[in-house]
Design a protein around this ligand. Structure first.
Ligand SMILES: C[S@@+](CC[C@H](N)C(=O)[O-])C[C@H]1O[C@@H](n2cnc3c(N)ncnc32)[C@H](O)[C@@H]1O
Length: 253
């Protein structure tokens, strides 16, 4: 069985993560904010905030934004890029916030790493009555246009095989739903959107190097992979169609 990427996979590559990963689609964020009836005076918490890819879109909307991130390197970038947020060291099993102090917890591209009865109870603890929980994932990445070719596919397949299963399998398995079903949260609703993301080769490469199972490899392996991919992929702009899903639920049934 493929091993799983270790939890410190991201800190290795915080700068690449920031450079390569796309932002979150505004219409999905707005939909969730509306559905959870969050007003501008709300306090919200971004859990597993990383370099603040979602945090930066919460800050202009809410009076107080807490960004909880266990990894020091990721949090350092977040503090640089989104200084308006309160960046806090912590994790989903021990959220550094008072009980019933937050109107909504957001988590983007992260819940599959820590979904459990324990963390769902901890998320419920920090929420005010009827508080909201929102989960975002990019679930489908189309083929690049123009295509990069079979040799690139083969190099990436080999790198993923070496590094262990990427997180997307955990997302698509839906295993993250189980702890929510047995919890204080009501039914989970969802909405999705498709968009085209355009990146030049270096940003695409940064994205690939920031994928957990590659981020967790040694510097030598990652450098060799980057060198090989630069040889195979001509510089230029590439387009991807990305499907993004938001899920949301509220405390109480
Ligand atoms: C793929 S990144 C997502 C970062 C950011 N939310 C975004 O939208 O790009 C996953 C993040 O979850 C964090 N993480 C991993 N385990 C965690 C845990 N148990 N509690 C909170 N965050 C965790 C990682 O350190 C990493 O920054």
């Amino acid at each position: 069985m493929a091993k799983e990427a270790p939890p410190d996979a991201f800190g290795n590559s915080a700068r690449e993560y920031e450079l390569g990963r796309p932002r979150w689609p505004r219409e999905l964020i707005e939909r969730v904010v509306r559905e959870l009836e969050l007003a501008a005076d709300a306090t919200v918490l971004d859990l597993g905030a990383g370099t603040g890819k979602l945090t930066r879109d919460l800050v202009p909307r809410f009076v107080r934004v807490l960004a909880v991130e266990p990894d020091n390197a990721m949090r350092e970038v977040l503090q640089e890029v989104v200084p308006e947020a309160e960046a806090l060291a912590g994790n989903a099993a021990a959220i550094p916030a008072e009980s019933e102090s937050v109107d909504a917890v957001f988590t983007a591209e992260a819940f599959h790493w820590f979904a459990s009865d324990e963390t769902v109870a901890e998320i419920a603890r920090v929420l005010r009555p009827r508080g909201g929980f929102a989960i975002f994932w990019n679930v489908e990445f189309g083929e690049p246009e123009p295509p990069m070719g079979d040799a690139v596919e083969a190099v990436l397949d080999e790198a993923f095989a070496r590094g262990g299963a990427p997180g997307i399998g955990k997302v698509l398995s839906g295993a993250w739903r189980r702890p929510l079903e047995a919890s204080a949260f009501g039914p989970v609703q969802e909405a999705e959107t498709e968009r085209v993301v355009v990146r030049e080769r270096e940003r695409w490469l940064a994205n690939m190097l920031s994928v957990s199972s590659i981020a967790s490899q040694s510097d030598e392996e990652r450098l060799a992979l980057a060198t090989r991919l630069r040889e195979l992929v001509p510089d230029g702009e590439y387009r991807w169609r990305i499907r993004t899903i938001a899920y949301w639920t509220r405390l109480g049934h």
